[in-house]
Design a protein around this ligand. Structure first.
Ligand code: ARG
Length: 491
């Protein structure tokens, strides 16, 4: 009999055994075993629906659910063996179920295909991971806001084009990253909430003639909606693409912050020292203390951007509906998620390990004419049109460059030789602290405004934190993962 030659699920159709190289290329179990708990939760929800609609008996459902819970237990305890011969996570779970409960295991796949099953597993996985990632990034925001408040009064140069531009404070600078990461959390939670649609019922591509009840499964898994179209459902990886996009943007922010840490800890800047716990030495140069962790944060962004690129390219030419190319979604997605989460988890302690060097910041503020705009604004207050004031101060700067002195070194008489309209208090604006105090605008660098921004950041943080509390893993998945009794079937 031909069916004895090929042991796979489709062995009935095949008369030759699978080639060994083909088996190993075709198999995804090495990486998709990460979806095992989601796969089991989805199967339990599906089996409850099969019983509710009369497609299987209540006794059969209990046997299936008991077997699936047993498999989850084995996976948690590490005693479950995944095998390549069973190709992927879905067939590994189903094969193990057959060993445990016998032929009734064959009823579980009624009205379902691996195509809608893998779509479900991925969505459930994303919902949980995105919730946890959002919480981890919120902890980074907490550290940034806390440090921003502590250093709200510490003046440092602000830059454009990496040229000293105007005074800001260290707290103001750190808070900029808090603002970025609050947006990151919001983007990740948006992606999560859009992922909460139930794909089961799409079948292989064209639904199923069996009288299933999609709404019931959605209630069981706490999905907010059903997917709209069966062809789209099995060939859609938007939730993964959105996740990778949002993670990539997060990693842009991480990388920029890391780059600033590398600059700040250099001898050229000297604005910050990092505690030894976050640095390494050189095996050759005894004097070296290198910012390896910021450098790795900067470097790891490359893998995450690569993952996004990889999935975009995998998806771009696929005809409807499911194609096996889509199995290539998982490794980049898992790697990008793990990488981003590792970066998020290291950041709070790394940020707190920075010791700002006030003297170096102050010295940098005194060179580079950072108060030139303030002096121009003084002339504007005296009635000089800004464009003209800009020109006058430009001449003053050129004058100082000729003499190798600072604007602060010019006397009022010298200023008035450049232009008679300088007021009596012109020189008093040449002070970084006063300059900061006058920048009294919402979102600006005046220390009181920085504290106000910290308070506003905290409000957004708390609202997002609240949002993470619902919309993550369903009660069924949580109980299964914890080895607790499952909630009763929904009605
Ligand atoms: N391992 C597959 C994947 O990740 C599951 C779906 C397989 N479906 C199929 N018709 N071969 O995409």
């Amino acid at each position: 009999m031909a069916s004895d030659t090929n042991q796979s699920a489709w062995g009935g159709r095949f008369s030759e055994a699978t080639d060994a190289q083909v088996q190993s290329m075709n198999a995804s179990i090495a990486f998709d075993q990460r979806l095992a708990m989601e796969d089991i939760a989805g199967s339990i929800a599906h089996s409850r629906m099969l019983a509710a609609t009369g497609l299987i008996s209540p006794e059969e459902q209990q046997t299936l659910e008991g077997g699936l819970i047993g498999i989850a237990h084995d996976i948690r305890s590490g005693s479950f063996t995944f095998t390549e011969a069973r190709e992927d996570v879905h067939m590994n779970v189903e094969g193990a179920l057959a060993e445990r409960v016998g032929d009734v295991a064959g009823k579980l796949h009624s009205g379902r295909s691996r195509n809608d099953q893998v779509a479900l597993d991925l969505r459930l996985w994303l919902r949980r991971e995105l919730t946890e990632t959002a919480q981890e990034i919120l902890a980074v925001v907490e550290a940034l806001v806390e440090l921003s408040e502590t250093h709200a009064d510490l003046p440092m140069p602000g830059y454009t084009h990496l040229q000293r531009a105007q005074p800001i404070t260290f707290g103001h600078h750190l808070n900029a990253y808090g603002a970025m990461m609050l947006r990151d959390v919001s983007r990740l939670l948006d992606a999560r909430d859009r992922a909460a649609e139930l794909p089961l019922g799409a079948g292989a591509l064209a639904g199923t003639p069996l009288p299933i009840d999609r709404e019931r499964v959605a209630r069981e898994l706490e999905d907010s909606r059903l997917t709209l179209n069966s062809l789209d459902t099995v060939s859609d990886r938007d939730a993964a693409l959105e996740t990778l996009s949002a993670l990539s943007i997060f990693m842009v922010h991480v990388s920029r912050l890391a780059e600033e840490m590398v600059l700040w800890t250099s001898q050229e800047f000297g604005f910050v020292t990092l505690s030894d716990a976050f640095c390494t030495g050189s095996s050759l140069m005894p004097q070296k203390k290198n910012p390896d962790i910021p450098e790795l944060l900067r470097g790891k962004s490359g893998r995450v951007f690569g993952a996004l690129q990889s999935l975009l390219v995998v998806m771009k030419g696929l005809p409807l509906a499911y194609n096996k190319d889509m199995q290539e979604d998982k490794e980049p997605l898992f790697d990008a998620m793990d990488t981003s989460r590792m970066c998020a988890r290291v950041l709070p302690a790394l940020l707190r390990a920075m010791k700002p060097q006030a003297a170096a910041m102050k010295a940098a503020l005194s060179e580079g004419f950072l108060l030139a705009t303030d002096l121009a604004d003084h002339l504007v207050a005296e009635g000089v049109p800004f464009r003209e004031a800009h020109h006058i101060i430009g001449r003053a700067v050129a004058h100082c460059l000729d003499r190798s002195c600072a604007l602060e070194d010019l006397t009022l008489e010298e200023l008035r030789q450049l232009d008679p309209r300088f007021g009596d208090d012109a020189r008093s604006v040449l002070d970084a602290t006063r300059s900061l105090d006058r920048r009294d605008v919402v979102g600006g660098p005046k220390p009181a405004r920085v504290r106000e921004t910290c308070a506003r950041s905290r409000e957004t943080h708390d609202a997002l934190s609240e949002r993470t509390l619902s919309g993550g893993a369903s009660a069924l998945e949580r109980a299964l993962a914890a080895g607790e009794p499952l909630p009763p079937a929904t009605s």
